[in-house]
Write a protein that binds this ligand. Structure first.
Ligand SMILES: *Cc1c(COP(=O)(O)O)cnc(C)c1O
Length: 523
């Protein structure tokens, strides 16, 4: 890194093959950005405030002895720093975002408008129930829609993401088993499951065992049935699964699991493929989380917010967490520990302090009501149609391991088979960045070598899909013929290819200057 005498530090970088580095590191109006610690220094400040008055410390000698080396910047410098960073970010509002399993669909602005209405946005979780009847009504109404769409008896609205919902589901299953004096030790998870499934089961104290997949990419029913026994608490199944296929045997699987006294947990992250068409309750599912941020469109990625309500079968409903909203003749009430009747005596407790993610409830309900039941049905139809268009358009250019299993659901899955020696899925992903696309999900699911999982969602036009297909095909061709230049991609991104091994082995988590200050302060 070179520092200019005046102004922002810069990092001149080599640009495209024939390009020259610029003096500033900027590429036209795409501005290079340094770390905030490199721009600001802790002896400058952006605001005029009087020094704090001397106070007698009550920390008994534990107080900080040196100033924290936080960067000081003026307001315009701060605004520009974050605005420049935001321009380097890629999001669904910029272009196609085919990240498989994540359902990066367009988030209608109507949702945002409703979520910002002061009556929803400015309320407090401890506000008296009589003053927030409208908000409780939203939670109740959304809960009713989720039960209807899934064909389930009850729903816990409070879990804050899909993985949190998995935890909620397994805690209810454990409570149900313990209530009948039948604590069990094993949870079965298919090989193709999202990493959160085995992690959740292990977190709940269960031993996790894999169920193999068939060559067609579905759960091996015979292997599953052979493993079922009195020690199995639950089977966690994703439907449609992460190979992009519908688990046609789910009802048979559920009957077999119920036959040995176990429960069926369904990972509902892929609900976008079947909403309005299939009710998981009809397939024998006992608990399933719904990622509101995926299927029902809240901006997500980059850390939140999420919301993962869990629907329950009648068998598990009594064990669902508190609190929940109930509609009575006198309006909406909150059923909490003190007010839970006999029927909820088995509740395993609370997932979170209050009711869940209000901003997401308003967005999801807005989305659901503006689509209506017919519109939701069209969502899943179009999502599946778009994925099949991609699958069939690229079948010749890339290996599609399950293309022979029939149409896919809302995701098209490809492998790295047929690429030139030394070329990998990573090269294709990096090449797509140069073409202006966020890459698809790579190396997941694990059951496919060099997996590339493409989820277009229903909100992309045919023109957008065609453009992606053209780019994807051209990058795949380069990997097939062994175009060495591809190994250097991306050339046009703000950063070139990172040394991922080095980053994982020797992560630089703290900028050296503050680190030195922290070390000094600790002396
Ligand atoms: C996204 C996802 C999860 C986890 O959901 P979060 O909301 O990110 O916690 C679990 N399983 C599958 C299949 C997913 O796609």
């Amino acid at each position: 890194m070179t520092m200019l005498k005046e102004g922002r530090p810069t990092r001149p970088v080599a640009v495209a093959h024939e390009g020259r580095p610029t003096t500033t590191g900027n590429k036209a109006l795409m501005l290079e950005e340094a770390l905030i610690f490199e721009i600001g220094s802790h002896d400058t400040t952006g605001v005029d405030i009087a020094p704090a008055p001397e106070v007698k410390s009550r920390l008994g000698g534990l107080e900080r002895r040196k100033a924290l080396a936080l960067p000081g910047l003026s307001e315009p410098e701060t605004v520009r720093h974050y605005t420049r960073l935001s321009r380097q970010n890629y999001g669904i509002d910029l272009g196609f975002f085919p990240l498989g399993s994540c359902t990066m669909k367009h988030n209608p602005r109507l949702n945002e408008k409703v979520a910002r209405m002061p009556g929803f946005a400015d309320i407090h979780p401890l506000a008296p129930v009589a003053t927030v009847q409208g908000a409780l009504g939203v939670i109740h109404e959304l809960a009713e829609w989720l039960k209807t769409l899934t064909g389930m008896a009850a729903v816990a609205m409070s879990p804050k993401a899909g993985a949190h919902g998995e935890l909620c589901g397994l805690l209810a299953i454990r409570a149900a088993l313990e209530a009948r004096g039948d604590a069990r030790s094993v949870v079965l998870v298919p090989e193709s499951a999202h990493g959160t499934n085995p992690a959740t089961a292990a977190f709940c104290g269960y031993a996790v065992e894999d169920i193999p997949a068939t060559p067609e990419g579905r759960v091996d029913l015979a292997a599953l049935e052979a493993r079922l026994g009195p020690d199995v608490a639950a089977v966690m199944i994703t439907n449609p699964n992460t190979c992009g296929l519908f688990e046609r045997d789910l009802k048979k699987i559920a009957d077999a699991v119920h036959g040995i006294g176990g429960f069926v947990y369904c990972d509902g992250a892929n609900f976008n493929a079947i909403v309005g068409r299939v009710r998981p309750g009809d397939l024998g599912v006992d608990a399933m989380h719904i990622n509101l941020h995926k299927t029902f469109s809240t901006p997500h990625g980059g850390g939140g917010p999420g919301s993962g309500p869990v629907v329950f079968s009648a068998a598990l409903a009594p064990f669902a967490p508190l609190p929940f909203v109930e509609k009575t003749d006198d309006g909406y009430v909150l059923v909490e520990e003190e007010t839970a009747g006999e029927h909820h005596a088995g509740s395993f407790g609370r997932m979170v302090a209050f009711h869940g993610q209000m901003g997401m409830f308003t967005r999801a309900l807005t989305y659901i009501m503006s689509h209506g039941s017919d519109g939701l049905r069209q969502v899943s139809g179009d999502a599946v149609l778009n994925a099949n268009y991609i699958l069939r358009s690229l079948e010749g250019a890339l290996d599609a391991p399950f293309a022979g299993s029939g149409p896919c659901m809302h995701e098209a899955l490809f492998s790295d088979k047929g690429m030139a020696e030394g070329f990998t899925t990573l090269d294709i992903a990096k090449g797509l960045i140069d073409e202006g696309f966020h890459p698809m999900t790579v190396y997941f699911p694990l059951v496919v070598h060099g997996a590339m999982l493409v989820e277009p969602t229903e909100t992309e036009s045919k023109a957008a899909l065609d453009q992606f297909i053209t780019a994807f095909r051209s990058v795949a061709e380069r990997a097939k013929v062994g175009d060495e230049a591809l190994k250097g991609a991306p050339y046009f991104a703000p950063r070139r290819r990172l040394d991922e091994t080095l980053a994982a082995r020797k992560p630089v988590l703290v900028w050296t200057e503050p680190a030195a200050a922290v070390a000094e302060a600790a002396e």
